[in-house]
Design a protein around this ligand. Structure first.
Ligand code: FE2
Length: 247
């Protein structure tokens, strides 16, 4: 597949492109070898995300680039580098759905990241409720535990529903990255099979002319109706409805 063959050249190219944009190295937020490794990783994720926001690369390129970057670091090093124990203790688990924490990489007031780094905690049987997106992309790396992950292409959308097509249904564990595209794999649904955590890379505001920096559409998968082929027509839910039913 061309995309896979071109990964290395994409990342090398981005390094060259984004250095021209004046992306700085930031300051070290964490001590030790994992801290420095994570700092380099965050800087590269920031470059790739900045290139996406600057329309220098496509969403497909961004997904490939994030996959490549996160595959370079063992998840256990990332766990140590983000001060995981402290964050996990602080947020605990939710009775429904997830708890999340912004991960502060020590970026100073002169520079903000072009992506939002977050930790998600999901207890056994709880879920990141099924939802689609607009005007944003995200990537999710399980750090521990396991999930049943389902993803769907978003084919169309109206005020009441989304029409989607299944693309992924598998178990993911530590190191198994998943990401969403603008339409491809845009809908996702994670059910934790044990106490689980993910490291998330989120980029919002892809279209600066859009009314909102991003939008999320929660879905009532139990009420999905098959339409053409394997496509599904799925009603939308409010957050509280979706959490009660799927969280
Ligand atoms: Fe999402």
């Amino acid at each position: 597949m061309d995309i896979l063959i071109n990964r290395r050249s994409l990342i090398a190219h981005l390094g060259a492109v984004t250095s021209l944009l004046g992306v700085s190295d930031g300051t070290s937020a964490f001590a030790g070898s994992e801290g420095r490794e994570v700092e380099r990783l965050i800087s590269r994720i920031d470059e790739v995300s900045g290139a996406l926001r600057g329309e220098l690369i496509s969403i497909t390129d961004w997904r490939v680039g994030i996959d490549e970057l996160l595959s370079r670091i063992p998840p256990e090093d990332l766990v140590r580098g983000i001060d995981f124990d402290h964050l996990a203790r602080r947020i605990g688990f939710a009775e429904l759905g997830v708890t999340t924490a912004f991960i502060d990489f020590g970026v100073n007031e002169k520079r903000t990241l072009d992506f939002l780094p977050k930790l998600f905690a999901v207890d056994t049987g709880r879920s990141i409720i099924p939802h689609g997106h607009a005007n944003m992309v995200s990537a999710h790396l399980p750090l521990s535990g396991s999930f049943r992950l389902r993803q769907y292409d978003q084919l169309s959308r109206d005020e009441q529903s989304l029409t989607i097509r299944p693309t992924v249904d598998r178990t993911i564990r530590s190191g198994d990255l998943s990401s969403i595209g603008e339409d491809d794999d845009n809908v996702h649904w994670f059910i934790a099979e044990e106490p689980s955590y993910t490291f998330d890379v989120i980029v919002t505001g892809l279209d600066e002319t859009a009314r909102q920096p991003y939008d999320i559409f929660n879905l009532d998968m139990e009420e999905a109706e098959r339409v053409e082929g394997d496509a599904l027509h799925v009603p939308r839910l409010t957050v509280s409805e979706a959490l009660t039913k799927y969280g």
